[in-house]
Ligand binder design. Sequence first.
Ligand SMILES: C[S@@+](CC[C@H](N)C(=O)[O-])C[C@H]1O[C@@H](n2cnc3c(N)ncnc32)[C@H](O)[C@@H]1O
Length: 433
Amino acid sequence: MRPNGRIQTSIELLNEVQESPLPMDRVVNTYLRARRFIGSKDRRDINARVYGVIRSRCRLDWWTTQTGLTAGNRSAVLAYTILVEGMKASELDEICNGEQYSPEKLSDFENEALATLQGKTLDHPDMSQAVMGELPDWISGLFEQQFGKEQAVFEMAALQQEATLDLRVNLLKGDREQAQEFLAADDVISEKTAHSDWGLRVQGRTALGNCKAFREGLVEVQDEGSQLIAILCDAKPGMSIIDLCAGAGGKTLALAASLGNDGDLVAMDVDARRLQRAEPRMERAGVENVRYATLNNDNLNKMAKKGFDRVLVDAPCSGSGTWRRQPDARLRLTKEKYGNYQGLQADVLEKSAKCVKVGGRLIYATCSLFNGENIDQINTFLTKHANYTLRDASKLWVEVSDVPCPFDGEVMKLTPAQHGLDGFFCAVLERTA
Ligand SMILES: C[S@@+](CC[C@H](N)C(=O)[O-])C[C@H]1O[C@@H](n2cnc3c(N)ncnc32)[C@H](O)[C@@H]1O
């Protein structure tokens, strides 16, 4: 592929990402899978540009607006080639020749505007905090409210970094030392994670599908922060547990390992297709005691009759804590969607309350950084449910792990800037009557 073909493909791919309701990584994979003729070097180039543009989209739009260009995928990619890739404006003009597979020829206006970007850097001192933080204004405002002006800058910057690749070792199949050996045999170097004693952090990027440790279920991909939520569930062999928003089973797998295949584990979700994706993962991991149930009133009533030791509510949320991994998600979140998530969270918390037995625990978690989805939900719940009490999570931590507690206070709040992990929230409530 020639450079102009790569640039045009990047523009087309960004158009597809914009039009699809699916997460960016799925759109990119589907697009490239359908075009096997695109070679590996071209793929790497296109991938790097497409993700680079999304990660710097607010700053690129700031620049294109300054120059009078219409903000859009074409302008953003063209500006990116100059501001980030260091291409000369004259070279860009030459290669955008309008021939087959090339971007449309640059207009005189585009040409002049793009030429003014040459020699400039992506960052500019006149950019607002929101633009520098690569967030829409209203979300930048939420960060400021939440963390204060100074810390908000660090949190927003941390969300722009690439996330690490963390694995959870499946204790049903082996331990961390064994997993490290297996991975090393496939040239994957890892180190033990600091806070989760089930975790390994992989150096660099790797195709895990080629590793025996992954294929045989000894390791699963799971951010260390997400592992800490499973640790706080304090699941023990023989317990009964519902994972109420199990999705494709990330946390169910961790809970299953704690149960050691002894106990009753129910994976529920409103989305039956997501639950189906959990099944092969459970099989690979050697999990034998999980049952699946759609999250509906009938099934909830059945679960309520039984009463469970633990109910994990890994609630649907804005996902703001995971924006290092999904840089497109921050551009897709609207005020309306954010409000809807809060409604869903209150609803699912309410539903879960009746499934916990007296003395049992309700564990509420999100991968959001915002109080509106986190502590505010817990406070509202507690005002309505006098039979629940908040257990101090940092004290509980000492009972469940030998590793020093990675957070302070009654609830777990992890942030990319403070912990180097995805952002997570977790509160443990105990049913007293
Ligand atoms: C954060 S994800 C769960 C991730 C999963 N626990 C894991 O560790 O891989 C939230 C899940 O909540 C489910 N969910 C539950 N109730 C929902 C509702 N009312 N509307 C939308 N999604 C809901 C979604 O289908 C989604 O799978």
